[in-house]
Design a protein around this ligand. Structure first.
Ligand code: SF4
Length: 476
């Protein structure tokens, strides 16, 4: 994306009711220090400058014609104005939300529109470019083959293990480096919540459609701790309807044959091994505690374990990586032949060390990252992988997206449901955010756990009570 680095802009949103969304759109064009919002009370009085320094202008560069403008009209007006001023046209047009596939799916299911009609809406109403529109429609088509609407009394279950061996440079998740005794105390609290939630689900006849043990890195637990967790899940949840049981094993250096044997024994049929990069220099730079050889070893161990499905995550836009390094990672991962390959675009969130070191990191290198994710899509298509779920985040390098590609028949139902938001998610553990789905109004109500794991341990009874009061209402 080409961007101006020399001009500064004043933008008058005329106190528009949707100004948060409009400002999100502005951020797709401009860095935070390249623009200033002024409100409609600041009128053009004369042609002389009214302020000093870089904001030296007497009137706004961009001004919405009226405060009563319909939101999408206002966004298009802003997009056109900023595109003229900055000479760039962000690929995702005026869409600032994180779930483009949800929007497309709803246009088709609720409004009865065809793929062609949705294509036109994405292009003409939201200004999404041809490639991204096609990506959304391809993803929607692939999802439609995989799964229909979730059955009535089902839920997705998420269980969080907020520990990792080290903290990645870009991490903004609930990830802690803790000793064995802290993990043990955490596990005790988590087992208590597992028992309570599983019992309640059985009472209300709610079936888990999928179980996802994530983090953090669940395989940070010892084999014995994993055994206790898995046996508790099997004992308290009704897993007769479970279509998918996934456990993240993101850090290759936490994977052992013993741990994978435990997972297999208790029904885990999918693990996620996440190299992020296949370049040692990068792994070192981003604070991982493993090398590329550990990744190869982890894949061998996983193949011997008999767990049928492996997902693997890689990231475009990592510090110090150019196009060639990213494509090397992609080719190596393809050679390892996992069922799913998820291509993330680096997002630099507030809580990350990278953001502290370089608050503007995500503003640079957008063109090159665009080439990485675009060429990855082509290459993966050539190798028999197709996109089946995707989402966007804030502060992504170049404002691109995360896309998961799958070999046919190996897609993750849990991931699709999460993006689709038509099913209750029951999340256990520190940082887990449950979402109660109400069919009548097609809405979700959040029921969060606290994110600090020590606080979670202290307040475990309150977390359980909170679920009792709010989470199960749609099923009662
Ligand atoms: S592996 Fe994931 S959760 Fe753990 S520190 Fe890295 S980014 Fe954070």
């Amino acid at each position: 994306m080409k961007r101006s680095t020399t001009r500064f802009y004043r933008i008058d949103l005329r106190n528009h009711a949707a100004s948060y969304e409009l400002e999100e759109l502005i951020k797709e064009f401009l860095r935070h220090d390249e623009y200033r919002l002024i409100n409609s009370a600041v009128k053009r009085r004369n042609s002389k400058p009214v302020s000093a320094g870089k904001w030296q202008m007497s009137y706004a560069d961009v001004r919405l014609p009226s405060s009563g403008m319909e939101k999408n009209d206002a966004k298009r007006f802003l997009y056109d104005s900023l595109a003229d001023l900055t000479d760039c046209r962000p690929a995702w047009g005026t869409l600032t939300g994180v779930r483009p596939t949800k929007l497309a799916n709803e246009l088709m299911s609720k409004n009865g529109l065809s793929y062609g009609e949705v294509y036109d809406i994405f292009r003409n109403k939201y200004y999404v470019n041809h490639e991204k529109t096609q990506l959304v429609l391809d993803t929607c088509k692939n999802q439609a083959f995989i799964t229909s609407e979730p059955a009535g009394r089902t839920a997705g279950v998420y269980i969080g293990i907020p520990f990792c061996p080290t903290r990645c440079l870009y991490c903004s998740f609930t990830s802690n480096q803790a000793d064995e005794s802290a993990m043990e105390r955490y596990l005790e609290a988590l087992l208590k919540e597992t028992e309570s939630v599983g019992t309640k689900m059985k009472q209300l006849d709610i079936k888990a459609e999928s179980i996802y043990v994530g983090g953090g890195t669940p395989t940070s637990l010892s084999p014995k701790q994993l055994e206790r967790l898995m046996s508790h899940i099997n004992r308290y949840f009704d897993i007769s309807a479970v279509r998918e049981f996934c456990t993240e094993a993101g850090r290759p250096d936490t994977i052992t044959a013993e741990k994978l044997a435990v997972l297999k024994r208790y029904g885990v049929d999918r693990i996620s091994i996440n190299p992020q990069s296949m370049n040692d220099i990068t792994l070192n730079l981003i604070g991982r505690s493993h090398c590329v050889d550990d990744i190869y070893r982890a894949f061998e161990t996983a193949a011997e374990s008999g767990i049928p499905h492996i997902n693997t995550d890689i990231i475009a836009g990592l510090p110090g990586e150019d196009y060639g390094m990213f494509m090397h990672t992609l080719e190596e991962v393809i050679r390892l032949a996992p069922d799913n390959i998820t291509v993330h675009t680096l997002a630099v969130k507030r809580a990350s060390r990278l953001r502290e070191q370089d608050a503007d990191y995500h503003y640079s290198g957008g063109d090159e990252v665009g080439r990485m994710v675009g060429d990855a899509a082509v290459r993966l298509g050539e190798c028999g992988y197709y996109p089946y779920y995707m989402y966007r985040q804030k502060h992504m390098k170049g404002n691109f997206e995360n896309v998961s590609y799958a070999k046919e028949g190996t897609e993750s139902v849990y991931n699709i449901r999460i993006m689709d938001e038509h099913q209750t998610i029951i999340a256990l553990g520190a940082g887990g955010i449950s979402k109660a789905y109400y069919d009548d109004g097609n809405r979700l109500e959040r029921v969060p756990n606290v994110s600090n794991f020590e606080v979670y341990i202290q307040r475990i009874d309150e977390m359980i009570q909170r679920k009792e009061e709010k989470l199960y209402l749609p099923f009662e």
